[in-house]
Design a binder for this molecule. Structure first.
Ligand code: SAH
Length: 221
């Protein structure tokens, strides 16, 4: 049962996934490990069944509670940016959402710590992680704008929700040598930022224009 669900058929098959990887290559994603993992991860199980046939389109898709599963290109791009200087061991993710980005990361880094403010989304993500038998992920129901201080510092931080300004706590929880990939700005216009922490301070680079859901304060049960 799980086997068929995970492998997919028709619009959710491996062939469809391979076509998606081909598109990512054309869009400039070049990290082969990222392409391999995106190509082998069943994105359709992160959506409700009625939407599963659209899982391998290059678009963001609704996951309920006004939130979206990020576009494959963005997931691949952010992951590639995070991993660009070599392997990472502790990564903080802000905004677990469906858990798709979490699962991609979990297959590429040692440990993932992911925070989500909407409880029902977190619970669904948790069941997908166990379906995929990934055990190097810890989830927390909290406001991710505060990071996860007990588990830091992190050598990677990835946010799937956009604050107007990068929260101080996230800056503080980035290890020296660590990298943070985060969309920053108001609802209509945001810049994807790459922030690197050096011994003597932070370096900030604008990568490209993006559109994410906003980082919202507080938690929802
Ligand atoms: N990578 C996820 C993206 C989900 S959308 C996916 O592909 O499914 C962004 C997520 O960030 C939403 O689930 C939203 O609830 C969450 N979010 C927004 N503000 C947050 C906050 N302050 N703390 C934790 N999660 C937050």
């Amino acid at each position: 049962m799980n086997g068929v669900k995970l492998r997919g058929i028709g619009m959710t098959s491996q062939r469809t996934r391979t076509r998606m990887v081909q598109r990512l290559l054309e869009q400039g994603i070049s990290n082969q490990r990222v392409l391999d993992i995106v190509g082998s991860t069943p994105r359709h199980i992160f959506l409700d069944e009625a939407l599963a046939h659209r899982a391998y389109e290059d678009s963001a898709l609704p996951i309920g509670h006004n939130q979206t599963l990020s576009q494959p290109y963005i997931v691949a791009r952010m992951t590639e940016l995070l991993l660009a200087e070599g392997p990472l061991s502790r990564v903080l993710e802000v905004g677990t959402g469906s858990g798709y980005q979490t699962v991609v990361l979990a297959q590429l880094v040692k440990q993932v710590f992911s925070v989500e403010r909407i409880r029902p989304l977190q619970e669904k993500a948790r069941s997908r992680l166990s379906l995929l038998e990934l055990y190097n992920v810890q989830l927390k129901h909290a406001d991710g704008g505060f990071g996860w201080a007990d588990k830091g510092p992190f050598d990677g931080i990835l946010s799937a929700a956009a604050p107007r300004q990068v929260p101080e706590e996230l800056m503080a929880q980035l290890a020296v040598g660590g990298r943070m990939v985060i969309p920053v700005g108001c609802e209509d216009v945001q810049s994807l930022m790459l922030i690197t922490r050096h011994e003597d301070g932070y370096e900030q680079q604008v990568v490209e224009k993006v559109r994410f859901v906003p980082l919202v304060n507080g938690v929802l049960r």
